[in-house]
Structures are given as structure tokens and as C-alpha cells.
Design a protein around this ligand. Sequence first.
Ligand SMILES: *[C@@H]1O[C@H](CO)[C@@H](O)[C@H](O)[C@H]1NC(C)=O
Ligand SMILES: *[C@@H]1O[C@H](CO)[C@@H](O)[C@H](O)[C@H]1NC(C)=O
Ligand SMILES: *[C@@H]1O[C@H](CO)[C@@H](O)[C@H](O)[C@H]1NC(C)=O
Length: 261
Amino acid sequence: MKFPTVILVLLVLSKSVVTTNYDLITATSNLIEHLQLPVQVTVLSCWSESEKLQFWSGLNSFTSVRFFTENQVNLPWNDRNQHQNLLVIDAGCSKSKNLLRSAGQLLYYRVKWIIINNKTSKCEQFLKFFDNLQVLISSEVYYICEENGVQGFAIKQVYRLSLTTELIEETFGFWNKGVIVNSQFSKYSSVRRHNLNHYKLRASIVITHNETVNHLEDYSEKHVDAVTKSNYFLTKHVAQDLNATLKFSYVNQCWETRARE
Ligand SMILES: *[C@@H]1O[C@H](CO)[C@@H](O)[C@H](O)[C@H]1NC(C)=O
Ligand SMILES: *[C@@H]1O[C@H](CO)[C@@H](O)[C@H](O)[C@H]1NC(C)=O
Ligand SMILES: *[C@@H]1O[C@H](CO)[C@@H](O)[C@H](O)[C@H]1NC(C)=O
């Protein structure tokens, strides 16, 4: 009875080999090549030398790569070319979650991220990893994961409308043996994320005459608070385009006291 047990163990081992870091690392460098962004790539991880080499060898020679540990001092806080930064995080490394929590606005402003996770590489579980992270609507966060019925990996993006609303996932495409199929119609999140599902946006209306609040839509007294009245229509159009709702607050001319909520 010893023999089958050995075979079983080997089978289990070889199954877990599929999800080792090496495939995920290759998929990550393939994705970076595929995105064709002019980037400074920084890997913040606990990777071994051979994992780093694996990653580096998947990139072309024009892409510059730096390797650091997952410490927040290594984030590009003061980089003049912050918008060119693409950070790679391995969520399987113990300090990664803390690093992402401390990243503040870097998580949704200018910096792009690719996150892999060899511990929970199933897409559904992996999504939960972002639960308390500030991946707001302007973020560009990719994650690579295993999805049922998909050979290789799915490449997804995640965002949320506010810190208290649920996570929304987008499918960027699929990776299999070095080939990426992109199923997304635009690589710009600002073009794609156009449906705020009636999320309430705040907007201010600056008035010099109290009567203005009664004449925002009726085109009367156009010379009074003219800029306010035209901006009001613009704001409404933008909100409509984004499928958002608006909560206006009224501010009187000197910007100090709120005339009316
Ligand atoms: C996940 O990756 C980390 C970093 O390379 C490594 O220390 C860990 O052993 C890996 N875990 C698995 C299950 O492959
Ligand atoms: C706008 O959001 C509402 C609420 O979530 C949703 O029911 C509706 O389908 C959305 N409209 C569009 C055009 O996406
Ligand atoms: C405008 O409304 C505010 C608050 O309701 C009030 O304090 C202020 O006196 C009003 N100004 C005029 C010119 O009516």
C-alpha cells in the first residue's frame, strides 16, 4: 500500500507546482510587456534571487526594474515621475498587506499596481484581499488569479466607488503560457468606469443672491450668479453621464458660511 500513497503525494505536489510563484511571476512580466507603458517597474517583495531573475528575464531590455523589500519607505512618495511607476506586489509576502494599507493615495493616484498572490490565487478569494484597501475609482490595480474554467490565469482589475462601498472587479484579459488575450475595450479606467450606479457625489453651488437657489433651472435673472447657473447645468450633465446622483450644498459668496444645505 506504500506505493500508491507515494504516487498520491507526488500528484498533490505536482498540482501545487502549477500555482508556484514562477508561473505568476512570468505572467506578471508578460502583462507589463503587454501594457506597453513607459514605466519604471519596482518589485516590492520577499522574492528569492531566482524569482527575481525569472521576473527580469521576462521583460525586454528597455524596461528598468528595481527590487526592494516590502517596506513603505520604498514606495515612490517623492518621485518626480510618479505617474511612470508600476509597482509589483506579492501578497504572499508577509508584509505586503501592511504596505498596501500604508500606501495611502498612491493606491489610487498616478501609480499603477500589479498584485499577485500565491497563497490564495483563486480569483474569488483574492478579491477579498482588497476588502479594506483604498482602491478608489481612479486606481489602476491589476491582479492575476485562477478562475474556474480558465486555462492559465485571469487578469483582473479592482476598484470601489468609496471606502464604504463594495469592491467591483473588471476582467482585463487572460494569460496562458506566455500569451495574453486582452478582452477590455479601453486601457484607461476613466473611459471604462462610467457607471457610478447612482452613487451620490457632492457638489457646491456658490451664490451671491439668496434668490438664486430658486432660479437655477428657469433661465430667469441670467445676469445674477451667471457662472453658478451655467455650472449647475454642466454639473448635472456630468452626473447624468456618470449615472451618479448629486447632493448640492449652497455656499454664499464669501465662502465662509453655508447659506443652505
Ligand atoms: C509564495 O511566494 C513566497 C515569496 O516568494 C514564498 O516565500 C512562498 O513560499 C510561496 N508560497 C507558495 C505556496 O508557493
Ligand atoms: C444606473 O444605476 C442604477 C442603480 O444602480 C442602475 O439600476 C442602472 O441600470 C444604471 N444605468 C445605467 C445606464 O447603467
Ligand atoms: C440670505 O440667507 C441667509 C441664510 O438664510 C441670511 O442669513 C441672509 O441674511 C440672507 N441674505 C439676504 C440678502 O437676504
